[in-house]
Design a protein around this ligand. Structure first.
Ligand code: MTE
Length: 454
């Protein structure tokens, strides 16, 4: 008997550009009240329905059947004419057809765009590397394009020989290149209380993964002769107006921390710290100090403003946890995800990302029934320590309601928790370190929505 022909479903993209400029400006200047929140929700749903209708009408031009597909039968212009010359774009850009895939600011999240976040569009990316132009951005006081010829890194404190390095000095030292994820400690912060945002870009997009190149911090600390008897920590300081400062324990500083100038084969982008940033694998993004200008070696934590007022975990009993900086094991399905729409029953590839600040991802399980049954997903290689890991799993959608979840386990045996398990320990007043299992609900209509299921 012939094998039945496999039917492939289609995913309509989430509306990536669903708000008009006027509403964004209004929210940014006047804040987000209940009425504007309603506007946001309705605009997103309307845009998502319009995308689905557009697709059903054939705007994405599915192949014609019957009399033959004109896209095959007629030779297109580009097969009959001379193309553009080499170096027409000396620094290449993505296709104009991909222009909608952008990092985006969540309207109303912050009062000032210079102290804000632009989220990575995880729903539109493949593999594990984030294109440099889509790497998320989080600035406390805006970004600058700093002239590297005048940039300096000073190392002082408990060292025998305090030193000032130029970029040229640093780039002549022994370097390493390593692939690591960076996740802001506040990623998924909006979801502590309840469902808050419409798509994976806003729920998980303070997350990127790149290959970073630079000199290990241990090489610089040795070069300055750090005091092996008394040194316990280092303080990293940025050159922007926010004077971002973070304490890093010495054992970590000597382990895998990099003073980096390279990202994905080129110099860092200005938004991401050009010409120099700290890469602190597995640790929350705030410690990855950008525009790095100073490292001070000390004997105890500094409790700076970014450690004593911000970036602390509010606990249910009113106390705060300080210096909880490791990004615990977490995962998220990026397709299908909220705002997308499934057209028709049949085969769907469920794909997503998993990561752990403690090492490698060992396994990812996927459920399509809200966590009752789990199947183990395929991990795509490479599976690297403290890097994003891509997972895929086949799914036959029968057209019924479904709740998609992924659950990652790292090589320490730690299992990503459900949101109610996390809340039982951490309460709901926290901002940081929400690594709960994410649920996406697929309705019989094919609409995918952000929900909380446990
Ligand atoms: N470093 C400096 N100097 N100034 C900053 O505002 N933001 C921090 C960190 N380093 C910041 C900084 C925060 S909160 C995060 S999450 C990461 O940088 C974001 O890095 P990215 O903008 O490259 O994604």
């Amino acid at each position: 008997m012939d094998k039945p022909v496999r039917r492939f479903g289609r995913v309509v993209k989430a509306p990536e550009n669903f708000l008009d400029r006027e509403l964004i400006d209004e929210i940014n200047t006047q804040g987000l009240d209940e009425q504007r929140r309603g506007f946001l929700r309705r605009s997103f749903l309307a845009a998502s329905a319009a995308m689905a209708a557009g697709s059903a009408l054939g705007q994405d031009r599915p192949a014609a059947v019957g009399d033959g597909d004109p896209h095959i039968l007629t030779l297109p212009e580009h097969s009959r004419t001379l193309g553009r010359p080499v170096a027409a774009m000396p620094y290449g850009l993505p296709s104009k057809y991909e222009a909608n895939l952008q990092r985006r600011e969540s309207p109303g999240l912050t009062r000032v765009s210079a102290a804000s976040v632009a989220f990575t569009p995880l729903q539109g990316l493949f593999g594990i590397i984030t294109p440099s132009g889509l790497h998320f951005e989080r600035h406390h006081q805006g970004w600058h394009d700093i002239d590297p010829s005048g940039h300096r890194l000073m190392i002082n404190g408990l060292v025998r020989n305090p030193k000032v390095y130029t970029m040229d000095d640093l780039m002549r030292m022994p370097s390493v290149s390593r692939i690591h994820f960076i996740e802001c400690g506040a990623n998924t912060a909006m979801e502590w209380g309840n469902v808050a945002v419409p798509s994976v870009q806003y729920s998980h997009g303070m997350l990127s993964c790149s290959e970073f190149t630079g000199v290990p911090l241990s090489v610089l600390l040795e070069d300055c002769g750090y005091d092996k008897k008394t040194a316990r920590v280092v303080l990293a300081e940025g050159a922007d107006g926010s004077s971002m400062t973070r304490t890093i324990p010495l054992d970590r500083a000597l382990d895998d921390v990099i003073v980096a100038w390279g990202m994905n084969g080129e110099m860092l982008r200005p938004e991401n710290g050009y010409p120099l940033r700290l890469v602190v694998p597995g640790i929350q993004g705030v410690s990855w100090v950008k525009w790095l200008r100073r490292i001070e070696v000390g004997d105890k934590p500094y409790a700076t403003k970014d450690e004593a007022i911000h970036y602390m975990d509010a606990m249910p009993d009113g106390s705060y946890r300080q210096y909880t900086s490791i990004q615990e094991c977490k995962s998220v399905i990026t397709t299908p995800s909220a705002g997308q729409r499934l057209l028709g029953t049949g085969f769907y590839n469920i794909t997503g990302l998993a990561w752990s600040g403690r090492g490698k991802v060992k396994r990812v399980d996927v459920s399509v029934d809200g966590g009752r049954n789990w199947r183990t997903a395929r991990l795509e290689t490479p599976v690297l320590s403290k890097a994003l890991t891509r997972f895929n799993i086949d799914w036959e959608w029968n057209g019924g309601p479904a709740v998609l979840q992924s659950r990652a386990i790292d090589d320490t045996g730690y299992v990503q928790p459900k949101i109610n398990e996390l809340r039982a320990v951490r309460g709901t007043r926290s901002i940081y370190h929400n690594n709960a299992i994410q649920s996406w609900q697929v309705a019989a209509s094919g609409e995918v929505a952000n929900v909380q299921v446990y």
